[in-house]
Write a protein that binds this ligand. Structure first.
Ligand code: NAD
Ligand code: ZN
Length: 241
């Protein structure tokens, strides 16, 4: 009998379309805290109270201070073995003309730094800013960013180019995601609790469309998966390539 890990590896090696969804858990192994835990707290604020349009309208400087804290934390971190294994998986699939799509809820940019190419950053990127006046999106790697940051074109305040709680995902990203979910034969769900919508429903969408769904998480989360590989992403994902 094959172990569950071997079964998943076999499916991945023959699939012609694979979609991967990652959440904060994959970056936990790089030392970036997930929100739901004592380490996710900042000055006794919960992320849910800061990553919202309402919080930014009330006190933009406070929200920017929090982002400066997160930028500083993330700037020091490196992609881990799980990020790197997904790059290898993408390369292998590409070499046999199979399709690989990576959807991430993470904003830390570690997938890009690791070298992933076919990537949709559903919740934006902490290294991008958007003007609240003219809407221009630019990359900004300053740590700390001067508070409040201003647009160099129109002078209005900049905000993080991040999809906050209560905001909708970019419809183009949603279309790409839905297509990737409906077409895939295998879906890996790595390090996501399945609490934050709409990504929480992605595994069900893929399964309903016929995909074999695999969850990689040290804790039990989704009941949608056909197979659950319990363990840390940096330990499990490299075993699948
Ligand atoms: P989440 O809802 O995605 O939950 C994190 C999940 O990761 C949990 O199910 C946990 O069991 C699992 N996990 C913990 N350690 C793991 C490991 N080593 N390997 C695999 N899985 C592990 O994330 P959240 O922190 O509750 O955040 C909600 C939203 O905020 C999401 O959009 C999330 O991506 C975003 N966020 C992003 C970052 C980042 O960019 N690194 C960090 C925190 C939160
Ligand atoms: Zn502007």
């Amino acid at each position: 009998m094959n172990t569950p890990t071997e079964q998943v590896r076999e499916r991945l090696s023959t699939a012609s379309r694979v979609t991967v969804l990652t959440g904060a858990g994959i970056s936990a192994d790089s030392g970036i805290p997930i929100f739901r835990g004592p380490e996710g707290l900042w000055k006794n604020f919960r992320a849910e109270d800061l990553a919202t349009p309402g919080a930014f309208a009330r006190d933009p400087n406070l929200v920017w201070e929090w982002y400066n804290w997160r930028r500083e934390l993330i700037a020091m971190k490196e992609p881990n073995a799980a990020h790197q294994a997904l790059v290898k998986m993408e390369g292998e699939m590409e070499s046999r003309r199979a399709q690989f799509r990576l959807l991430t809820q993470n904003v830390d940019g570690l997938h890009t730094r690791a070298g992933s190419r076919n990537l949709v950053e559903l919740h934006g990127n902490i290294w991008k800013v958007r003007c609240t006046g003219c809407g221009q999106v630019t990359e900004d790697h300053r740590v700390p960013i001067p508070i409040p940051p201003r647009c160099s074109s129109c002078g209005e305040m900049l905000r993080p180019h991040i999809v906050w709680f209560g905001e909708s995902l970019d419809p183009r990203d949603m279309d790409l995601a839905i297509e990737a979910l409906e077409q895939c034969e295998v879906m890996l769900v790595i390090g996501t609790s399945g609490v934050v919508q709409p990504a929480a429903s992605f595994a069900s969408t893929a399964r309903a469309a016929g995909a074999f769904v695999v969850e990689i998480n040290p804790d039990v989360s989704s009941s949608v998966a056909h197979v659950a590989l319990r363990g840390r992403a940096a330990e499990i994902v490299p075993q699948l390539v």
